[in-house]
Ligand binder design. Sequence first.
Ligand SMILES: CC(=O)SCCNC(=O)CCNC(=O)[C@H](O)C(C)(C)COP(=O)(O)OP(=O)(O)OC[C@H]1O[C@@H](n2cnc3c(N)ncnc32)[C@H](O)[C@@H]1OP(=O)(O)O
Ligand SMILES: CC(C)C(=O)C(=O)O
Length: 506
Amino acid sequence: MRQILFMDTTLRDGEQSAGVNLNPQEKLQIARQLERLGVNVMEAGFAAASEGDFQSVRDIARIVQNASVMSLARAKESDIRTAYEALKDAVAPRLHVFIATSDIHMKHKLRMTREEVLDTVRSTVALSKSLFPVVQFSAEDATRTDYAFLAQVVEEAIRCGADVINIPDTVGYTNPQEYYQLFQYLKNHVPSYDKAIFSCHCHDDLGMAVANSLAAIESGIGQVEGTINGIGERAGNAALEEIAVALHIRKDHYQADTSIHLKEIKATSALVSRLTGMVVPKNKAVVGANAFAHESGIHQDGVLKEASTYEIISPELVGEEANKLVLGKHSGRHAFMDRMQELGYQLSEEERDRAFRSFKQLADRKKEVTEEDLHALILGEAAAHDQPYEVKHLQVHFVSNSTQSATVMLEDQDGKVLEDAATGAGSIEAIYNAIQRILDLDCELIDYRIQSITQGQDALAHVHTELQQGGKRVSGFGVAQDVLEASARAYVHAAGKLKRLLTVAR
Ligand SMILES: CC(=O)SCCNC(=O)CCNC(=O)[C@H](O)C(C)(C)COP(=O)(O)OP(=O)(O)OC[C@H]1O[C@@H](n2cnc3c(N)ncnc32)[C@H](O)[C@@H]1OP(=O)(O)O
Ligand SMILES: CC(C)C(=O)C(=O)O
């Protein structure tokens, strides 16, 4: 099995993401975590870019023991010497010198001819090699470079001492097949090809950075570059964690090993996201919050029976908690019952049916049914089950600064429907007056409490009521998404008990 080296550039190209600015402390924190992750090389920054970048590269170079630390430098003597100063204390320092080779960059940006670029490559790579044990050379915008000229530049760079040759897809322009073939072309047209390690560096402008990197690996290269969470200039870089996991899961295909400790992926991703403020999309491969969440009933049933039915990556592999069966409107009985058991509920078949029906009704209205929702649901079910009346329909008419009115329809245990309407100073009072009329009660509301038992906009309300009449005092509660509905249920729960007590007492 061949070994693929991982070059992480989260601290350099990743920090080039618009709006990201890491301070030296934060960069050190990320560097430590990258070391734990097991990257072979980390590009700590661009030492000549600013005093702050210089310090960060120097600080990182001083602490990292188990990876090469690299700085970017333009093909300019001053950049190279500044990088040398920043990296001289590193255990394994490395320079990354680059210059653009595409006609479009040479003509418009560098304003240099091909010959001038070739001369610059020769002199700056030679200078770099006189200062550093390992030199990486990048031909910026390689994928839009004339292939014959690119091969010439690469040959010169290797002859002048470059140990690693990077062929970047700077603007995310290539595609997997084309990138694969570019490396094949270089293999066939660069005489010194075998004297250097070839590297790929892909951007995600067309959404193909990871696919292009994997194609380059298939083409036989030895090093892959990218960032954690795929952050970086414009649409970002290839996401290193995705490449590492793809190589692991499809070892049968890629036949390659890496030094990456996959279990550190989740922690690394979370740290980078937190410090850069670049939120990881929920559906992102490997590290997104939904990457191991199953919502639909058929999938949940499959996963409960055998995880590999719908999971090619086990969450534990990347340091993620166990898979999550999200209960929602697409969930089925198996997942629902599994969670009920986990929560400690032993339900009879009848209770199960009722609870599942209520769950489906709730799930139709809520994005995700949480554990608190389930407790509330069972609580509500239990309350509904032992009460003589059930709220069938509720209609409330609200007029600001006026008397409110409500129409309530109840059903008793024999299926008889009872209906009445009333007014009140507030909506809840109007509902309660209507219920009193229906049940022919003249009770006093001595306690009313409302509590939100779940979180978010679609939280469930739990209402507690206490009623008193003729020396009898009872309590009731109701759970619903709507406060008025929960209030009506709580009142009917208590009122039903009161009615029973008063009837028995007569
Ligand atoms: C593909 C990449 O990701 S490359 C890395 C990009 N990263 C960055 O640019 C971040 C850090 N950059 C910076 O802080 C600044 O751009 C600096 C300090 C490097 C340079 O700043 P300035 O001297 O003000 O120059 P400015 O950025 O405006 O222009 C870049 C200059 O470098 C030249 N240049 C660009 N790339 C190279 C190169 N690889 N080798 C030599 N010269 C280069 C440009 O032609 C231009 O030269 P000019 O001033 O003679 O026209
Ligand atoms: C400096 C080079 C490697 C780069 O970042 C790019 O071309 O995208």
